[in-house]
Design a protein around this ligand. Structure first.
Ligand SMILES: CC(C)(COP(=O)(O)OP(=O)(O)OC[C@H]1O[C@@H](n2cnc3c(N)ncnc32)[C@H](O)[C@@H]1OP(=O)(O)O)[C@@H](O)C(=O)NCCC(=O)NCCS
Length: 218
């Protein structure tokens, strides 16, 4: 594989990102370019892509949230302001992972890991306490007639089942915290469910404020 790297997203990436997203999720309507533009305006430091010499191969988008406002229950649409990131709040100490995807031809080759390294760098540089995300559970549909989404996810954590997204996140050092129902209702493979996951920044210093440098070296 050609060696990929990560960098911040630029406005000129938007068309290519939408084309890539359509290949990753062929059955869901693609992003609206305006939403991506808004995400870049609201929190440019939080939007990153992976690319190799042929072009874009992945993307990870994030916002900062006041986690206590969302902890009990939320859908993707609610917490991301329907993709506008208008809930982004610099008072928050939680980097929230809104989306991550990798070119289907390059999955399983370390691109997702690079993107998560990028997110961890954001957390360290900005002195954020943690990364929280709700991950799809695309393997659940095949087991939905046999067990709840919660038991399915637990069995993945216990090593008895494999899920393409939750296994990736566990490998990335995230802890599983439970299932969020109705997270993306249109996500048939996950039956709308998502796993709530967290990574704690070991370098977080509560005595220091959040810092948002203009340029962050990923
Ligand atoms: C989930 C996704 C982002 C992971 O990215 P990726 O580039 O495929 O993952 P990586 O190759 O960096 O994998 C990192 C680790 O997770 C493990 N992993 C990745 N996919 C896995 C799978 N399907 N099953 C088990 N483990 C997996 C890898 O083995 C690797 O561990 P290793 O370094 O010890 O080998 C990617 O597969 C994807 O785009 N999926 C479709 C979109 C999607 O559902 N995104 C999630 C939204 S919540």
């Amino acid at each position: 594989m050609k060696r990929p790297w990560v960098r911040h997203t630029r406005a000129e990436d938007i068309a290519n990102l939408i084309a890539l997203q359509a290949r990753v999720y062929p059955s869901i309507p693609p992003w609206n370019p305006r939403r991506l533009q808004e995400q870049l305006e609201v929190f440019p430091q939080g939007q990153i892509v992976a690319e190799n010499e042929d072009g874009l191969v992945g993307c990870a988008s994030s916002l900062i949230v006041l986690w206590d406002d969302w902890a009990e229950a939320h859908s993707w649409k609610e917490i991301t302001g329907a993709g506008t990131f208008d809930n982004h709040n610099l008072e928050g100490r939680t980097l929230y992972g809104a989306e991550i995807f990798v070119d289907p031809n390059l999955q399983g080759q370390g691109v997702g890991h690079l993107l998560y390294e990028g997110r961890r760098t954001l957390c360290r540089v900005m002195n954020l306490k943690r990364i929280i995300a709700c991950g799809r559970l695309p393997g659940y549909d095949a087991y939905a007639s046999q067990m709840s989404a919660e038991l399915y996810a637990q069995k993945v954590v216990w090593g008895d089942l494999t899920d393409p997204v939750l296994n990736f996140q566990l490998k990335e050092g995230f802890s599983y915290c439970g299932v969020m129902e109705g997270y993306i209702p249109e996500d048939h493979d996950s039956r709308g469910n998502a796993s709530l996951i967290v990574w704690l920044n070991p370098e977080y210093d509560p005595a220091r404020p959040t810092t948002i440098p203009e340029n962050i070296v990923l």
